[in-house]
Design a protein around this ligand. Sequence first.
Ligand code: DIR
Ligand code: MN
Ligand code: MN
Ligand code: MN
Length: 301
Amino acid sequence: KTVAIVGCPFSGGQGKPGVDHGPIRLVEEGLPKQLEELGWKVHFDGHHQFEEISAENDPPIGKLKNPRCVSRVCEAVAKAVGDHAKKGQLPLTLGGDHSLAMGTISGTLDQYPDACVVWVDAHADINTPETTDSGNIHGMPVSFLLGLGEKIPEFSWIKPTLKPSRLVYIGLRDVDAGEKRILKENGIKAFSMHEVDKYGIGKVVEMALDHVNPNRDRPIHLSFDVDALDPTVAPSTGTPVRGGLTFREGHYICEEIYETGCLVAVDIMEVNPSLAEPDAVKQTVAVGCSLARSALGETLL
Ligand code: DIR
Ligand code: MN
Ligand code: MN
Ligand code: MN
């Protein structure tokens, strides 16, 4: 079993500098070695270089910020993830902002058309070019993958093959009005923090998997935005929202998905090492690594 680390130092899907340094810090923290110690063969040939894809000369398209840059980076990431998956490797993508998931999930669906997505986040990231307030594309990747909203020619490489029934959310608590409408209209299953409080994380993960993967026979792509965790647990991220998952709830999700044996790809996104005090940064980087380890089979006993 081989895990392929896809390091994506990219921040163009949102406005705060520093998130491009997330993957570098996660690797410096020793993630490759930690995964080897779990028994994985680790393929890591350095972080992707996106410099040639310059943010200059990339005026907004409608409200979308850095649209060409985000699109080209995500297309490259889709190819990298797809190539690793094709070789039977499990791509572990380190962000970078969550717009990258347009690439990672496209790569997964290329190889596993039947795959389902578990999206763990405080946010739904399902704004369309019409509904977005911020114009930040990290708040929109899911709508592009589903093929919702206005078609932007610059993003025509995306095959919108994700079905609403193959997507489930856990951890939501900051969902825009337009996003709430989109979730309803498309019948997309979401377990917000309200449901986590009501049922407990054990039941929520079971219900989430029953929805997207009732027989536990479909490949699973886990896309984990560290802002799903409470800001006391993962403070160093661009859009923290109070009332989030505890340390254990976050790890439990990863452990349980690993245990299905269906996991084919993981994203760890939105670690931004420039947004907190050194200790809080260290804590957030360490949590990013331990989430990845839990998703790749680390157990407590
Ligand atoms: C907001 C925030 N819904 C937006 N989204 C964030 O910009 O569309 N996603 N922070 O991670
Ligand atoms: Mn590679
Ligand atoms: Mn996100
Ligand atoms: Mn988020």
